[in-house]
Design a protein around this ligand. Structure first.
Ligand SMILES: [Zn+2]
Length: 249
């Protein structure tokens, strides 16, 4: 891949390159960047759509599942004709049409202790778009071990929360939640909830890569769609955190 912008790219990204401190330099940072999105459900559809449109160079999408009819109220990159298709492949196909310059890698695999570090290694940012705590904590550990920033979001019903984790600088997910919350097989979701949180995750990833603005590092953002309000909670590192704490041994 050539690391300068073509005339076509200058035109495609014209409006975002007008942003102060973004410019061609910011666009080149995006073009060189590798982002891994774990989960191609409601959050993942929203995140990958905006990251591909913005011109992230390499986008890896990890999800082992196939599209089901009951996904379509919220997983907006999967359409009726895609039922039965692998979600990672379904998303990749849409993103390639949106922006052929982005290298989209579909990885239809389930994260395990054995494969997680290999799958995310070399990423500039990892985006957590998962729907279960078990895999999310596996991902948190791997991101801390690989020292890769991770943007986390979780949703339920009309509610969501998110934070940005910079390993050894900010609290990791385990600092914030020492006990794993109970898993829920099927939970309610209004499609717009992962829509909002996914766009905010993409927002954080783009800012981290380009180096603009203030991130959610060290802050948990809580979204209440019922009241249409956002609340910010300061979170602290736990020095005896089993994942990133200095006194963990
Ligand atoms: Zn921690």
């Amino acid at each position: 891949m050539e690391f300068k912008l073509s005339e076509e790219e200058k035109e495609r990204y014209d409006r975002q390159m007008m942003i102060p401190n973004f410019g061609e330099e910011g666009q080149l940072k995006l073009k060189k960047s590798k982002v891994t999105v774990v989960g191609a459900g409601g959050l993942g559809c929203s995140v990958t759509l905006y990251l591909a449109a913005a011109g992230v160079g390499t986008l890896t999408i990890i999800d082992p599942e196939r599209v089901e009819l009951s996904n379509l109220n919220r997983q907006v990159l999967h359409w009726t004709e895609d039922i039965g298709e692998l979600k990672a492949v379904s998303v990749a196909r849409k993103l390639e049409k949106l922006n052929p310059a982005v290298e989209v890698k579909a990885v239809p695999e389930r994260l395990t202790m054995e494969n997680v570090r290999g799958l995310i290694g070399g990423s500039d940012v990892v985006v957590d778009c998962l729907d279960n705590w078990h895999t999310r904590f596996l991902l948190n550990e791997a991101c801390v071990a690989e020292r890769i920033p991770m943007v986390h979001a979780g949703i339920r019903g009309l509610y969501g929360q998110m934070t940005t984790i910079i390993p050894y600088q900010t609290p990791c997910l385990r600092c914030i939640l020492p006990e794993t919350p109970p898993e829920e097989e099927r939970f309610p979701v209004l499609g717009t909830t992962p829509g909002v949180l996914g766009v905010l995750e993409a927002f954080e990833a783009l800012k981290l890569i380009v180096g603009i603005g203030v991130s959610l590092a060290g802050k948990l953002l809580v979204f209440d769609g019922e009241a249409m309000s956002f609340q910010e909670i300061r979170v602290e590192r736990n020095e005896s955190c089993s994942v990133c704490g200095e006194k963990r041994f």
